[in-house]
Design a protein around this ligand. Sequence first.
Ligand SMILES: Nc1nc2c(c(=O)[nH]1)N[C@H]1C(S)=C(S)[C@@H](COP(=O)(O)O)O[C@H]1N2
Ligand SMILES: [Mo]
Length: 248
Amino acid sequence: MISRRKAIGAIGAAGLLSGCDRIIASPTVRGVLRSAEGLTMRAQRLVTDRTALAREFGPVDLSPVFRSNGTAMPRSADYAAHLASRFADWRLVVDGLVARPLSLSLAQIGAMPARTQITRHDCVEGWSAIGQWTGVPLRLLLDRAGLRNGARYIVFHCADDFGAGKYYESIDLIDAFHPQTIMAWALNGQMLPVANGAPIRLRVERQLGYKHAKYVMRIEVVASLAAIGGGKGGYWEDSNDYEWYAGI
Ligand SMILES: Nc1nc2c(c(=O)[nH]1)N[C@H]1C(S)=C(S)[C@@H](COP(=O)(O)O)O[C@H]1N2
Ligand SMILES: [Mo]
């Protein structure tokens, strides 16, 4: 398709201006068009980049071991009890700005459509690993709960104590509805190991490692992050000034 700017140039060069073209050809209008075009392009690029898929790999690329980082075993008595009963009474809560709050067992989550993807995890501490993740797309959970007016962020409340409180993270709706954003319950074809976030952890493949909340107990839909932890949207954001938007 010929770009508008090229078209304007060609029309100008030919000197065959209709009334409408003459208006477009005037320098001020052209400037406005150009800046509008630039705006559209910048906005479009932003959106395109945000929704583009992360690279997916093949089984031969899998790391021999998918290491653990941060918490490898939550210390709370609650979590120990869940682990002992193999998460039989564990429930994932989805609440906040939703029409229908959810409380789902692992079996119910496992019965929902699942996506499997082999992706590379990048930790800011300087290591990467490729793993195969299986889980329910987050958007299916959010569709089931139904977002209410004002919903802007998704907050993940985790089971593990980290620093003073519990680990928490948050993402916006673009990442939440991204096709590769899943609540994973399996790694490399096995039930998710405790060290990697059992029974369920977030995979948000266009973001750095610390955004991938493990041991997720509750998914809260909010209008603002101001009342979450220190207000910056995540444990590392609040405690160590990590970027909230950790896009890769
Ligand atoms: N609940 C919780 N989630 C967490 C962490 C954690 O300590 N607790 N560590 C984060 C960091 S820094 C990374 S790199 C990944 C590590 O995931 P892994 O243990 O499966 O390698 O989990 C992230 N999510
Ligand atoms: Mo990390």
